[in-house]
Design a protein around this ligand. Structure first.
Ligand SMILES: C[S@@+](CC[C@H](N)C(=O)[O-])C[C@H]1O[C@@H](n2cnc3c(N)ncnc32)[C@H](O)[C@@H]1O
Length: 223
């Protein structure tokens, strides 16, 4: 099935709020589990970058699990960052280790070669040019930095898209069901991601299927 891109930023308040209020516990728990399986160690003093952080649920889960790391969390959407700010304000111990950055990748605001770990969940499928993400990893990661990128993967047919929407978004507000459907159409297939990585010179990273609707890219940047 052909890819159908969607707008990059989720920048209406309605869309951001519906997203922040949705229950992503299963997939966000999976993300942290995948990170643990990469055996990143204690990450004491580590600088972490969360690209396309949205309401910052993944950044917060990460900072709770690794209490001596700090995180720069970037998103181009102000409504998303307002929700991230509110979530962080309720958690002062975590908030002091998290810096929110409003910008759209490719971003000049990010330090070059500054990060020990780069994480991102559900950003890749938003990008009209996916190479922007892979270039951002190369530019902002330290040599040998650990990477975990998780995203939706595009199903083989429109019927399979509808089956996933019915399974995972039934009963959710229309704006969220529409977002999920559009995201599945906009997502990449694992083989396409492998081609993107090869073109970027990142074929040392692995692409794997990690659920019925998610793929993950993981490994270390060239050292
Ligand atoms: C589906 S949300 C994922 C949010 C969060 N990572 C999570 O897992 O809950 C995708 C986010 O990426 C942001 N985004 C899309 N394109 C972007 C870009 N080029 N630069 C920065 N943020 C972007 C959107 O505004 C949105 O908040």
């Amino acid at each position: 099935m052909k890819r159908r891109p969607e707008p990059e930023l989720m920048d209406t308040q309605e869309q951001a709020l519906a997203y922040a209020q949705a229950d992503f516990n299963e997939s966000n728990t999976l993300f942290i589990d995948l990170l643990r399986r990469l055996d990143p160690g204690p990450l004491d003093g580590a600088r972490v970058l969360d690209l396309g952080c949205g309401p910052a649920d993944i950044s917060i889960r990460f900072l709770r699990a690794w209490p001596k790391a700090s995180c720069d969390a970037l998103d181009g959407s102000q409504p998303m960052l307002d929700l991230a700010r509110a979530a962080l304000d309720a958690l002062p111990g975590v908030a002091k280790r998290c810096r929110l950055i409003r910008d759209q990748i490719p971003s000049a605001a990010l330090e070059r070669g500054g990060y020990d770990l780069i994480i991102s969940n559900s950003l890749l499928h938003h990008l009209h040019d996916p190479q922007v993400l892979w270039r951002t990893l190369i530019e902002t990661g330290k040599p040998g930095a650990l990477v975990l990128i998780m995203d939706l993967m595009r199903p083989a047919s429109a019927g399979w898209v509808e089956a996933l929407v019915a399974t995972y978004a039934d009963g959710e507000p229309k704006v969220l069901r529409d977002d999920f459907r559009n995201s599945l159409f906009a997502a990449f297939e694992p083989a396409e991601v492998a081609e993107q990585l090869a073109a970027a010179g990142l074929d040392g990273l692995e692409v794997g299927v990690v659920s019925d609707r998610h793929l993950a890219v993981s490994g270390r940047l060239p050292g």
